[in-house]
Write a protein of this length. Structure first.
Length: 174
């Protein structure tokens, strides 16, 4: 059996995501496919999902979007709660090697040991985030982080395009 290095595996997954991006008709479809790709192909990515900022919510709120993995009780998360809230409010990736040691952590599953949350930016502004939980401690190293940030960028660019398209079709109608 051929043994594939982690670097090769991560680069394969990036190429798969590029292919999915070319085929997906919408950003929502792309998020669904990326969640499935990462959950199915990365052994330690046991829950993979997107949270998106609810439009016009006051106070600001993250709402669960496309995901793969067990059902979570956290379908809406305010920005001042959880690792998810921390990533969305700072606009920065948060990596937690041991969730038990992080007082911000909101538990989804007793099996979760580590977590990464990467913001999805649209024109430089946080629109949502990609959240991944692992049953393994410290599952997200520098290479994982770079690949997951790449996925979040693909989605962000796709959302940017959709916003531009809907703005120009509104302009054409007026
Ligand atoms: N653990 C997250 C909540 C979402 S679940 O991981 C799916 C948090 O602390 O924000």
């Amino acid at each position: 059996m051929a043994i594939i290095s982690k670097t090769d595996k991560l680069s394969e997954v990036r190429k798969d995501a590029d292919r999915l991006n070319a085929k997906a008709h919408t950003a929502d479809e792309l998020m669904d496919r990326i969640a499935a790709l990462l959950n199915e192909h990365m052994l330690k990515y046991n829950w993979v999902g997107f949270y998106m900022l609810e439009p016009r919510a006051n106070p600001p709120m993250l709402a669960l979007g496309r995901y793969r993995g067990a059902m979570t009780p956290h379908t809406r998360i305010p920005l001042n709660q959880g690792i998810c809230g921390a990533a969305a409010s700072s606009g920065k990736t948060v990596v937690v090697d041991d969730v038990k040691q992080d007082p911000r952590y909101l538990a989804c599953s007793l099996e979760t040991k580590s977590e990464i949350v990467v913001p999805v930016l649209v024109n430089g502004v946080v629109a949502g985030e990609l959240d991944i939980d692992s049953h393994f401690p410290a599952a997200f190293g520098a290479e994982d982080r770079a690949m997951i940030e790449y996925m979040a960028q693909l989605v962000g660019r796709r959302l940017e395009k959709e916003q531009t398209t809907s703005a120009s079709s509104r302009a054409a109608k007026s």
